[in-house]
Each structure stands twice: as structure tokens, then as C-alpha cells.
Design a protein around this ligand. Structure first.
Ligand code: CA
Ligand code: CA
Length: 370
């Protein structure tokens, strides 16, 4: 055992039911929790370097888990599953309108947790700096699955999230997105390896966020389809809704795909900024593959096939080159149009499952689907 390991081991606190006694000094401590009370207290009372490990099982908090406790860049707070155990934090015992987890803090690493059945949004990170979310699931909630919001939303990374089945019944599905980065500002935010599907509204939504966000290696599919027999269904169903509310922002989307969405695959959504989309693929979305009528978007090496309204609706300010709708550019054949493998389990490291769906082997156009 190394000195470092020994130090951490002696700092481990095994907590009994309801006895969440945490060190108040700012020292590293590993806290293993196995009930809702200890989990709630551990989250609330974390200090820089605290490692919270949650034992396997399904947790049903009766109040929102929340924290304003900051880590630091060199000593983040860690919240994760214990070992390889499966942890589900279930919102079905929360009051109406509640979120499962609200973080208003900096430098947290959160990983290997499922947040399900929230009455409202599942996870909301408000004015967070330097948080890293790895292998998170936000599913079957009553509003958006995962949200970054507020000014001071800086340098956050969302890696390998699955966000699906979210539906806001009260508004007939109008608002529940897979990932929402909305109503705020701050640079350096990255979404990578996300799988966003079967949400009532959009896969990704950057409504009223005034700083550029980068998306890569992400799949957004089947959003905005009325799966809830809602006779007044109002979901929009864009794969990537890249703006709105008058903000002029140069969001970036690389090597990502949208398919089977009820709206557009990728849309500026009235954002007139210099959006950048490279090597993305839009397939079989009900409206446009790419809707960029008013922006000064730079569209390069994108591939659009079988979208209901057409491949692209682009205004005169758009720069377009190397896309399959540009003159002289061919459309490579897909190896597969059977999406079933895209829903498979992720790799052991959390990356997207292997698939041939929408792959072409091209080194010059379209998403590589990994
Ligand atoms: Ca909407
Ligand atoms: Ca939306």
C-alpha cells in the first residue's frame, strides 16, 4: 500500500444510518454512504477533496439533494458510485416540481450515477465552474434531464451522458430536453459522448445561453415524438437546437449525428451567430437536416440524407463547403441504416457503443459515429 493510499484509507468514514459525521477541516476524506440521509448530508457538507462513494441500490430522497460546497481545481469534490456498483437516485418520492440534484458549486467530479423519475428536472448545475460529469444517466424525468444554467457557467465537461425519456406532462412536452444549456453565460463548456433520445422536446437546447458551447461525439435521436399519447403534444423535437432568445453565439458541433427527430436535425433556432458545424450527419429527421436561414454559420463536410423537408435550408450569410448538398460533393452510402446497435450498452470506459449505423468509411464527410 502506498503512502497516499494509506492516508486515504485512514481517512475513510463508514457511516451508519443517519450518522453523517463529517470532518469540518479541509482534508481529504472518503465517505461511503448507503442511505438517503447520509447521502444528502455528505453532499451538503463536502469540503475540497471529499470523496463521496455511494453504495449500490436505489435511493429515494424526499427533498432535493443540493450543495453549495465548492471544491478547488486541485482538490475537487468527488461524488461517485462505490466500486462498480449500480446506483440509482430516484425522484419518485420527491414533491411535485422538485429536482433530484441541484449543484451550485465549483470543481465537482460526478460519475457513474443514474438519476431517474424526477418530478421535474433531474440534475441542474447552476453557475458551476470546473465540474466534470462522467457516465451519468438522467432518464424518465418531468423536465430536462441535465441542465447547465446561470451566469458563471464556466469550463464544465459533460462526458458520456445518457439522457432519455424525459417529458414534461404539465406543458405537453414543450420543455423537456435531453441536455439544456440555457439562460446563462460562460465559456469552456463541453458536451462529449452524449446519447440524447426520446425526450419530448429537443435533444440539446442552447436557448438564451450567450457564450459558445462545444459538442462532439454526440448522438441525438427520436426526440419530439409523442410517445405519451398526449393529445395536445407540444414538443419541438430538434436534435440540436443551437440558440434562441436573441443571443448571437458561435456554438460548435463536431462529429455528431441527429436522426429520427420530429423537428430539424440541427438548427440555429434564430441564432444569427457564426455557428460552426463540421462532419456531422443528419438522417431521417422529419423537418430539415440543417436549418440555418439567418445565421452566418460555417457548415463544412456535413452529410444530410432522407430528411423530410430537405437537406439544408441556408440563408445567404452561411458559408457552406464540402457538404453533400454542395456542388461536386458526392453522398457516400451508409453501411447500415439499422439503428438498433446505437442503444447497446456503452463500452467499459463509458464511450458510445460500437455501431456501423450511418457510418460510410469516408475520411472527408459525415460523422464517424464513435
Ligand atoms: Ca420547446
Ligand atoms: Ca427545448
Amino acid at each position: 500500500m502506498s503512502r497516499r493510499t494509506a492516508l486515504i484509507a485512514t481517512a475513510t468514514l463508514a457511516l451508519g444510518s443517519g450518522l453523517a459525521v463529517l470532518p469540518t477541516q479541509a482534508q481529504a476524506a472518503t465517505v461511503v454512504v448507503s442511505n438517503v440521509t447520509d447521502l444528502s448530508n455528505a453532499v451538503k457538507n463536502a469540503t475540497p477533496g471529499t470523496v463521496i462513494q455511494v453504495r449500490g441500490g436505489t435511493y429515494r430522497p424526499t427533498a432535493t439533494l443540493q450543495s453549495t460546497a465548492n471544491g478547488t481545481s486541485s482538490s475537487p469534490v468527488t461524488l461517485t458510485a462505490y466500486g462498480s456498483e449500480t446506483v440509482k437516485i430516484d425522484g419518485s418520492s420527491l414533491p411535485a416540481g422538485a429536482w433530484i440534484f441541484k449543484l451550485t458549486a465549483d470543481y465537482w467530479n460526478v460519475s457513474n450515477l443514474t438519476f431517474q423519475n424526477s418530478p421535474d428536472s433531474a440534475v441542474v448545475c447552476q453557475s458551476c465552474t470546473g465540474t466534470v460529469w462522467n457516465n451519468i444517466k438522467t432518464i424518465d424525468g418531468g423536465d430536462s434531464g441535465f441542465t447547465l444554467t446561470g451566469d458563471g457557467t464556466v469550463n464544465n465537461t459533460v462526458r458520456n451522458i445518457d439522457s432519455y425519456g424525459n417529458y414534461d406532462a404539465a406543458n405537453h412536452g414543450e420543455n423537456a430536453d435531453g441536455i439544456a444549456v440555457k439562460f446563462g453565460s460562460g465559456t469552456g463548456n463541453l458536451i462529449t459522448g452524449a446519447r440524447l433520445y426520446n425526450n419530448s422536446d429537443d435533444g440539446i437546447d442552447f436557448w438564451s445561453f450567450s457564450s459558445p458551447v462545444t459538442v462532439e461525439h454526440t448522438w441525438s435521436m427520436g426526440n419530439g415524438v409523442n410517445r405519451w399519447s398526449d393529445s395536445a403534444f407540444a414538443g419541438d423535437g430538434n436534435g440540436y437546437k443551437l440558440g434562441g432568445d436573441g443571443e448571437v453565439v458561435a456554438h460548435v458541433v463536431n462529429n455528431s449525428a441527429a436522426w429520427g427527430n420530429a423537428g430539424n436535425g440541427f438548427t440555429e433556432n434564430s441564432n444569427t451567430g457564426a455557428l460552426v458545424l463540421n462532419r456531422t450527419t443528419a438522417y431521417a429527421n422529419s423537418k430539415w437536416g440543417y436549418y440555418f436561414a439567418t445565421s452566418s454559420a460555417k457548415l463544412g463536410k456535413n452529410l444530410a440524407v432522407s430528411n423530410g423537408s430537405g437537406s439544408v435550408n441556408k440563408g445567404s450569410r452561411v458559408t457552406s463547403s464540402g457538404n453533400n448538398w454542395d456542388s461536386g460533393i458526392g453522398t457516400p452510402a451508409f453501411r447500415s441504416t439499422d439503428a438498433s446497435t446505437t442503444y447497446n450498452a456503452r463500452s467499459s470506459s463509458g464511450t458510445l457503443p460500437a455501431t456501423t449505423f450511418l457510418t460510410t468509411g469516408s475520411t472527408t464527410i459525415g460523422a464517424t459515429m464513435n
